[in-house]
Design a protein around this ligand. Structure first.
Ligand SMILES: NC(=O)c1ccc[n+]([C@@H]2O[C@H](COP(=O)([O-])OP(=O)(O)OC[C@H]3O[C@@H](n4cnc5c(N)ncnc54)[C@H](OP(=O)(O)O)[C@@H]3O)[C@@H](O)[C@H]2O)c1
Length: 285
């Protein structure tokens, strides 16, 4: 990434009514106008995309960024809630809870084996006020049920999603499978401690994605699996923890979406799974 060009971007997704008075600052060389020509050049014109967690901050922004380009031919957004009206015939909204077998079956039936060129999983959680789940600061905070819940949503569900998507991933078509992880899931990078269940669920996510990549390559030699760290992004997930984010390190979902699609566009097809951050840097497993 060319660090010489510094831009400050204040983009707010009006479609989802996101706003923030402490709006995220984007510092990078990203240029949305470039995205059109360079977006996911490994994939064919009119490619088919699945975005999970489409009702979330980053998931919604990924849908927006894809639809801002003419390259995708079909964008399927999956969310637990019916999606907002999107004035684009290429967009399909599917209501399903992918953490359940029924939700995954509904998705598989909807796709009916249609080849997918891009799977972008953004589904994930850190806290849940209703369930009383908060990131742990110390061993005394650990709770077996909360840990199991985070593991189910953040680790098991993305792997079970790939299980359900096999008919759409197998073949010879170019395919990118991206799944949002987090740098705190890096075992090597863990110096601060805390956030036990979230960290461990993301480490498990990464292992499951890496393991699935080995098997999926046997189904499709033109397929790549990429775990991505979006950086701290201004969404509901990070909102309770934003106070300590250093100035200039809180990104808008729109910026992150464009960065992550650009990073994905540089990944070769085939090979082992990889773990990259929003700037394209490799993250240690
Ligand atoms: N925001 C950050 O700073 C940050 C940093 C590092 C990593 N990440 C990762 O990025 C991903 C996207 O996060 P985000 O910031 O966009 O958060 P978000 O706005 O909360 O979106 C996450 C989405 O995941 C789905 N989801 C969450 N909990 C679920 C549950 N219990 N059952 C089923 N679906 C559930 C929901 O999708 P639907 O509403 O569509 O059903 C939700 O909207 C997550 O995996 C997160 O760990 C985020």
């Amino acid at each position: 990434m060319n660090e010489d060009i510094i831009r400050t971007c204040r983009r707010v997704s009006s479609r989802r009514g996101e706003s923030s008075d402490r709006i995220a600052v984007n510092v990078s060389a990203f240029d949305p106008d470039n995205l059109e020509s360079t977006m996911l050049v490994q994939l064919p014109e009119g490619f088919t995309t699945l975005v999970t967690g489409a009702g979330g901050g980053i998931g919604g922004a990924i849908v927006d960024a894809l639809l801002a380009s003419l390259r995708p031919g079909r964008v399927i957004g999956v969310s637990r809630q019916p999606g907002a009206q999107v004035d684009d015939t290429r967009f399909e909204s599917l209501t399903a809870d992918l953490t359940t077998p029924e939700g995954r079956e509904r998705l598989a039936a909807h796709l009916n084996g249609t080849p997918l060129h891009l799977v972008f999983n953004t589904l994930g959680m850190l806290h849940d006020e209703a369930l009383g789940i908060h990131p742990e600061k110390k061993l005394d905070d650990l709770d077996a049920e909360a840990m199991a819940h985070l593991f189910h949503v953040n680790a098991a569900t993305p792997a079970l999603l790939l299980q359900a998507l096999q008919p759409s991933l197998k073949g010879q078509h170019p395919a990118l499978v991206a799944s949002l992880s987090a740098r705190v899931g890096s075992i090597e990078d863990n110096r601060l401690g805390g956030w036990y269940a979230y960290r461990a669920s993301k480490a498990a996510h990464n292992m499951l994605m890496r393991t699935a990549a080995v098997e999926l390559r046997r189904l499709n030699r033109s397929l790549a699996v990429v775990c991505l760290h979006p950086g701290t992004t201004d969404t509901g997930l990070s909102r309770p923890f934003q106070a300590r984010v250093p100035e200039g390190k809180l990104f808008t979902p729109a910026f992150v979406a464009e960065r992550l699609l650009a990073v994905l566009g540089e990944r070769p097809l085939g090979g082992a799974a990889s773990f990259h951050d929003w700037a394209g840097e490799t993250v240690a497993w």
